[in-house]
Design a protein around this ligand. Sequence first.
Ligand code: ZN
Length: 331
Amino acid sequence: MMNRENVLRELLAEYESQRALNRREELRRREEVARRSQAAGELIARREEIFYARMRAAFAQPREAQRLADGLQAELERINGALRAELVRLGLPEDYLQPVYRCPVCRDTGYVGEPVHEQCACLRQRMLQRLYREEGLAGLERENFAAYDAGVFPDEPLPGQEVTQRAYMERVRALCERYADEYPRAPERNLLFFGATGLGKTFLMNCIAQRVLERGMTVLRVTAYRLVEVMRAQRWDERSAQTAREMCACDLLALDDLGAEPMIENVTIEAVYHVLSERIAAERGFVVSTNLSLSELQAAYTERVSSRLLDTRRTRAIRFLGRDVRLAGGR
Ligand SMILES: [Zn+2]
């Protein structure tokens, strides 16, 4: 069963083995350096001795302990300076013998902060990835900017325009990639993709999600159908309540297929409104895709929602147009 507690337990066990791997790597590097340079080997050995001497010094009388500690600290700094110089001479990075971490922020413990102990972003992201493996973030390893191929679109002018669909989609791709690279600093924090199905909206949304994830932020991807379902179920189901909170709190929300969810009175519009306005208030962005036109969107979601979705100060609306390419094997 995939619940939060199990996932967290599993992840913390992985962090523990990561720390063991780190220590093994540190040891390997020390041995490598000592093998290549006798001087460095001696410095490393002396550094070890100081480490233990400092521990013993802590048991001395308080005043004596301080004097010993100061002396050892001074010697340690001298040794570290000499070691760095020796590493550079060997053609190695200066910090080669520093502790090794995958995440320098939490030093692979998963937690940061004193006195308030909280989960590091790296742990929160891994939680999200694992929790939403099926519906949320699956497939991103395939749908990313590197795999995006505007060549699937016809190289024919769009109706009534000079530009071909292919060139147009290449431009849209460039714009989306810049958005993902700059997020959340882009002037317009949100994107709205609109246009008929089969024009690549979901694919590009996934590309953005993948890039923003890769940049270390938390991303949640849900369909509007799922959003409404979660918002309804959160009253009695703790897992849904958690997902509802994350839809508001993750760094970027990718909301797919707005307009395909059932329009339930007093539920659908309220649910969408709630999530979007929470995110706007907290200055967190979203990418929304819809098969509706802008006027259909306005008609279906009332002024309250559409004014938030279509606010041009915050949201850039991107129109997808041309021929459906899914039948030709693209998306
Ligand atoms: Zn971390």
